[in-house]
Design a binder for this molecule. Structure first.
Ligand SMILES: [Zn+2]
Length: 134
């Protein structure tokens, strides 16, 4: 297990980049990162000639790191409510015609984080939790 300092990794939207501790190249990783910054599964450096293969933890990682820019407080406050609404939906998805502006912004954050996906239902564009109970 190796810990990467805050200046050895970065994010762009949902995408995480790390600086390989061995060859120092910047690599995009498609792994998942838990709330504590632990990357799983283990990281294999994609660059030829580099043997790096280890479990990696991102120092300074928080859930909010995954978000782009700063999120206003009213939008942050809406995120759990929007998730609840999605989870509580009998059909497994919601449409957003009745969503307020902060609700829509919260939804956008969830989409950015990969927690909600957009799809086309028979009724038009709809949203559902990724990997949600069905
Ligand atoms: Zn490497």
């Amino acid at each position: 297990m190796i810990t990467l300092a805050k200046d050895q990794w970065s994010t762009f939207g949902r995408v995480v980049f790390i600086r390989c501790p061995e060859c120092k190249e910047k690599a995009r990783i498609d792994h998942s990162v838990d709330d504590f910054g632990n990357i799983s599964p283990s990281v294999v450096c994609p660059f030829e000639g580099c043997d790096f293969h280890d479990y990696v933890r991102l120092e300074g990682w928080t859930q909010r790191t995954k978000n782009v820019g700063k999120i206003p407080g009213d939008v942050l406050a809406k995120i759990p409510k929007v998730k609840e609404r999605l989870a509580a939906s009998a059909s497994g998805f919601v449409r957003v015609m009745k969503f307020s502006v902060p609700d829509r912004a919260a939804l956008a954050v969830l989409i950015e984080n990969g927690e909600v996906e957009i799809f086309d239902s028979a009724l038009g564009r709809a949203y559902r939790l990724v990997g949600g109970r069905s």
